[in-house]
Design a protein around this ligand. Structure first.
Ligand code: HDD
Length: 755
């Protein structure tokens, strides 16, 4: 084809192999414009974030952008080259001796390409391998100099760029997002005085009290070593064997079995620095402190049946949610709160503030809000940023210091150590996403992958040849809090650490009824998958020490008698806590209302299109994310003659990916939806998972076909099911929005479920 050859002189056969489309670059804009209703609020997956330096700055720009520009690449209108920048004539065929002959060893183009590919993977993180990240900033509410000289808190309104990575702890890099697991919440602050990493979790306590046990707990929870199963799940013998023999884990278990371990979104979970840290002001005054992140979207969770199904339906559920929210301009926000206290106060607490299996109830030390975190830009490249980011608890800055929490001290060794293997040497701080914004000056040199070209002959200190530079900062630099430490060298723990149950009970009694029921169900699910009876029995024996009702319910679920309690590890008088409302998820509903909630509007031929469009628009204007869901892609006819465009099907997006559903009704056509078993499953799962349902006119017939109960199990009206005739649709929509803002109707739950 002479014409094609003329257009593509160096690549004549490409269009023949790939068709004419291969000649037209596919742009994100074209994709977005082609989506139905062109709202683009959800369909942004193929659209790259605008590049900084390439046109109008993006809303999410922060100081980090310009510093990363030097390493950003944009291939637009560029020719293909090797890594040595040699232009490549053909990217289709290796160099052969005759068309049917062997490949020539001299084909450096092919060998370089394959060699690079062969080495694309780096070791995944040994824990927290599965994660998603975003850029943003931290803004201080006020000048905190009285408390700490840490740079981010220097004055009201001060913004510090951040990179935040959320993760699950147990699963491998490609594992499903909705596993029952603790979530990582790691924040890297690029401050004026160097990087500060607050490497937090979404649970305020930890599994163990001593770093010596970390490899054990990680081994026990990960897939069993002989057959490599199960993936991203604690529901197996080795984990519960370890847990039932380690009473210190009990408080953490209560959180892991609660809805905290299946968040609805990374945007809807808290973060906790776990350990006690120290804050130091310019005068050297020291206060103790715990760090808390609280999401403005509120704290919300999935229900287990939903989380379990989402593992298959959308393994990237949380990653997609975070990405789409940021692309749509719904920037996730979290408030940083501090619990600040003194050593003297700590001495009066009925627990040791160095014990990471204990929390400080907010009723004892209230949260003091100091600033907010805003995530406003998705990474440009998953590997370069999300994968290569290296958090280390030892990355702290002047104004903050460590406590002697043994877990924190152990972590300070583990994180830089692991990065050396994972990122291939000691220069991982030079990888752009890890590089501080503040300048680095020292005499550290060389090592694998060194980027910096240090000039001059001086690489030691003291020196006179470079005028003594770089010079020590003295008191302007990081100064450790002087701490008088006297003690015998020994292995052990303080006595208070041995109270393993009081705070587990505190958590239990602070949960609402549905939350308690979910904890019982989770223990039953996990222990049912444990094959060794003795492990199940031992675990329930531990729960007896937490609460008799809990132990009885779990034992009943497992078909065993309640065993005698495990012996206590301490003879100290144990504290009795009052319930702490702040420990319930219901305590923080957030201020976001229906924003970012995903709503399925089920349509079929004969749907009242005008109404469906009106509901769609109203939800969109309220910040929710509606989608027209049908049985097949394409158009469906509407009563008003203007066809509706189905955006996605019940097959490709089952019920679990939506927070709520609407049946807009119409003529008899929509009733036909109820003859599709997939639609019936869809409606029943929406109901079973407590989600709001709006049914207008004939839409109600579909609910009847799915045998959705008219009232709650206790006979009351279900506030999450709204039906009305088309003439009353406006008021019904209002009630539906109220239900959507409330998220779920837990009062529907029975064991087993009604539908
Ligand atoms: Fe850890 C990763 C959080 C105890 C050793 N940890 C890691 C990440 C988070 C946490 C959020 C992922 C960071 C990222 O996104 O890259 N870890 C915690 C919390 C802990 C904790 C909140 C207790 C309060 N961790 C802990 C202990 C040890 C480790 C006791 C070892 C002694 N953690 C690691 C690690 C990881 C890690 C092996 C794996 C990948 C990495 O560090 O960069 O070093």
């Amino acid at each position: 084809d002479a014409d094609l050859a003329d257009e593509q002189p160096f690549n004549a056969t490409k269009p023949l192999e790939h068709g004419a489309a291969a000649r037209t670059p596919h742009t994100g804009e074209a994709y977005a414009a082609s989506t139905p209703l062109a709202t683009a609020s959800t369909s942004t997956d193929n659209v790259a974030s605008p590049k900084v330096g390439a046109g109008t700055p993006h809303l999410g720009d922060n100081a980090l952008n310009s510093s990363l520009d030097r390493v950003r690449a944009d291939d637009t209108e560029q020719r293909l080259t090797t890594n040595q920048a040699v232009p490549v004539s053909s990217n289709q065929d290796a160099l052969k001796i005759g068309l049917r002959g062997p490949i020539a060893l001299e084909d450096f183009v092919m060998r370089e390409k394959i060699t690079h590919f062969d080495h694309e993977r780096i070791p995944e993180r040994v824990v927290h391998a599965r994660g998603s990240a975003a850029h943003g900033y931290f803004e201080s509410y006020q000048d905190l100099c009285q408390l700490s000289r840490a740079a981010p808190f220097a004055h009201a309104g001060k913004r510090t760029p951040v990179f935040v990575r959320f993760s699950t702890a147990t699963g491998e890099r490609g594992s499903p997002d909705t596993a029952r697991d603790v979530r990582g919440f790691a924040v890297k602050f690029y401050t004026d005085e160097g990087n500060w990493d607050l490497v937090a979790n979404n649970i305020p306590v930890f599994f163990i009290q001593d770093p010596m046990k970390f490899p054990d707990v990680a081994h026990a929870i990960k897939p069993e070593p002989h057959h490599g199963m199960p993936q991203a799940s604690s529901a197996h013998d080795t984990f519960w064997d370890f847990a039932s023999l380690s009473p210190e884990i009990t408080h953490m278990l209560m959180w892991i079995m609660s809805d905290r371990a299946i968040p609805r979104s990374y945007r809807m979970m808290q973060g906790f620095g776990v350990h006690t840290f120290k804050l130091i002001n310019a005068k050297g005054d020291v206060r103790l402190c715990k760090f808390h992140w609280t999401p403005l979207q509120g704290t919300h969770s999935l229900v287990w049946d939903e989380a379990f199904k989402l593992r298959g339906v959308d393994a990237d559920y949380h990653r997609r949610d975070l990405w789409q929210a940021i692309e749509a301009g719904n920037f996730p926000e979290y408030e940083l709160g501090l619990q600040v206290f003194t050593e003297e106060e700590a001495a009066t607490f009925p627990f040791d503030i160095l014990d990471p299996t204990k929390l400080i109830p907010e009723e004892l030390i209230p949260l003091f809000p100091v600033g907010k975190l805003v995530l406003n830009r998705n990474p440009d490249n998953f590997f370069a940023e999300t994968e290569q980011v290296a958090f280390c608890t030892q990355h702290i800055i002047p104004g903050i210091d460590f406590s002697n929490d043994p877990i924190l001290q152990g972590r300070n060794h583990s994180y830089p150590d692991t990065q050396i293997t994972r990122l291939g040497g000691p220069n991982f701080h030079e990888i752009p996403i890890n590089a501080p914004l503040a300048e680095v000056h020292n005499n550290q040199r060389e090592g694998f992958h060194r980027q910096t070209i240090n000039r001059g002959r001086v690489n030691y200190e003291p020196n006179s040849l470079a005028g003594g530079c770089p010079f020590q900062a003295g008191r302007a630099g990081f100064v450790s809090v002087p701490d008088a430490v006297i003690g015998n060298k020994l292995r052990g723990k303080p006595e208070l650490f041995a109270d393993h149950y009081s705070q587990a009970r505190l958590f239990w009694i602070s949960q609402s009824g549905p939350e308690q029921a979910h904890i019982i169900d989770a223990f039953r699910f996990e222990l049912t998958r444990v094959e060794t009876l003795a492990i199940r029995v031992r675990m329930v024996a531990g729960l007896v020490n937490v609460d008799a009702t809990l132990a009885r319910a779990v034992a009943a679920g497992l078909g065993i008698a309640v065993p005698p309690p495990l012996p206590l590890a301490t003879t100290l008088p144990l504290p009795v806590y009052a319930p702490s409302p702040a420990l319930s998820l219901l305590y923080r509903p957030g201020v976001a209302g229906i924003r970012t909630r995903q709503v399925a509007i089920l349509v079929a031929s004969g749907t009242d299109g005008a109404l469906a469009r009106a509901i769609y628009t109203a939800l969109l204007e309220g910040g929710a994310v509606p989608r027209l869901v049908g049985q097949r892609l394409g158009q469906v006819s509407s009563l008003d003659g203007q066809p509706l465009h189905v955006e996605i099907t019940v097959e490709a997006s089952p019920s679990v990916v939506y927070d709520a559903m609407v049946l807009p009704g119409g003529d008899d056509g929509p009733i036909a939806l109820g003859r599709d078993p997939r639609v019936i499953d869809f409606v029943r799962e929406q109901y079973r998972h407590g989600k709001p349902i709006l049914a207008i006119g004939t839409g109600a017939a579909v609910l009847a076909q799915a045998a959705i109960p008219q009232t709650l199990p206790d006979g009351c009206d279900d506030p999450g099911i709204v039906h009305a005739s088309a003439s009353l649709a406006a008021q019904a929509l209002q009630r539906f929005k109220t239900a959507l803002a409330r998220h779920r109707t837990f009062a529907r739950e029975t064991d087993p479920p009604t539908v």
